[in-house]
Write a protein that binds this ligand. Structure first.
Ligand SMILES: CC(C)(COP(=O)(O)OP(=O)(O)OC[C@H]1O[C@@H](n2cnc3c(N)ncnc32)[C@H](O)[C@@H]1OP(=O)(O)O)[C@@H](O)C(=O)NCCC(=O)NCCS
Length: 195
C-alpha cells in the first residue's frame, strides 16, 4: 500500500509504506581525517574514503527504508583530488532512485582545509542498497517522490543506470551458468578417463 505525499508529511505510519521525498532521507556526515587513516604517501587512504562513502550512502538508504540494508553495488569511484590528513571530509548522500526493494544513492565527497576554508569536491559515487528483513530477505521500500524538475531528471537518469545494472547482472548470471556447465562437462570427461 502506498499513501500520498500529503500523508507522508504527517510522519511515518507503523506497518504502512508511505511515499517519501528525497529531502527526508538526505544525509550529511563530517569527519576529521587522522594520521591513522593515511596511506604510504601520507594522504588519506582511498579505502577509508570508500568506507565513509558506503556508510553515508547506507544511512540515507536506512532513513528512507527504515529497515536494515545491504550494499549490492558500488559504481566506479574516481579520486579527482587527494585528501590530506587534517582535512575535514564531508559526505553528502541522497537517494536518486528506488525500485521494489533496491535504492540508488549518490554520495559526494568534499574535503575542507579547516584552517583556510578551501573546499574541494574530491569524488562522487553511486551505490545501490537493498532493504532486508530480519531473515535477510529483500523487502519493499517506500516510493520516492520528486519535488522539482531537477529531482525528476535525476531520478530518470538513475532509473536508466539501474536498468543497465540489471542487464549486466543478468549477463553475469548467464555467463556463470555457462561456465558451470562447461566445468561440469569437463569433470565428467576427467572422471570417465579413470573408469
Ligand atoms: C541483497 C540480497 C539479499 C538480494 O537477494 P537476491 O536474491 O539477489 O534478490 P533479488 O534478485 O530479488 O534482488 C533484490 C533487488 O536488488 C537489486 N539488485 C541485486 N543485485 C544488484 C546489483 N548488483 N546491482 C543493482 N541492483 C541489484 C535487484 O535488481 C532487486 O531490485 P528491485 O527489488 O528494486 O527490483 C543478496 O543479493 C545479498 O545478500 N547480497 C549480499 C549483500 C552483501 O553482503 N553486501 C555487502 C555487505 S553489506
Amino acid at each position: 500500500m502506498s499513501l500520498s505525499a500529503t500523508d507522508s508529511q504527517h510522519g511515518e505510519a507503523k506497518g504502512k509504506i508511505i511515499d517519501k521525498t528525497i529531502a527526508e532521507s538526505r544525509v550529511r556526515l563530517s569527519q576529521f581525517m587522522h594520521i591513522d587513516q593515511a596511506n604510504a604517501v601520507g594522504n588519506v587512504h582511498g579505502g577509508e574514503i570508500v568506507k565513509l562513502v558506503d556508510e553515508a550512502g547506507a544511512l540515507a538508504a536506512i532513513r528512507h527504508a527504515r529497515s536494515l540494508v545491504v550494499t549490492v553495488a558500488i559504481d566506479s569511484m574516481t579520486f579527482m583530488e587527494p585528501i590530506y590528513v587534517g582535512n575535514v571530509v564531508t559526505l553528502d548522500a541522497e537517494l536518486t532512485y528506488v525500485g521494489n526493494t533496491s535504492m540508488e544513492v549518490r554520495v559526494e565527497v568534499i574535503a575542507e582545509n579547516a584552517l583556510t576554508g578551501a573546499r574541494t569536491t574530491t569524488n562522487s559515487a553511486y551505490l545501490v542498497y537493498v532493504a532486508i528483513d530480519n531473515q535477510g530477505r529483500p523487502q519493499r521500500v517506500p516510493p520516492l517522490i520528486a519535488e522539482t524538475d531537477d529531482e525528476r531528471e535525476i531520478m530518470e537518469a538513475a532509473h536508466e543506470r539501474q536498468a543497465y545494472r540489471k542487464q549486466q547482472r543478468q549477463r553475469e548470471k548467464q555467463a556463470r551458468k555457462r561456465l558451470k556447465a562447461t566445468q561440469g562437462s569437463n569433470v565428467d570427461q576427467t572422471d570417465s578417463k579413470h573408469v
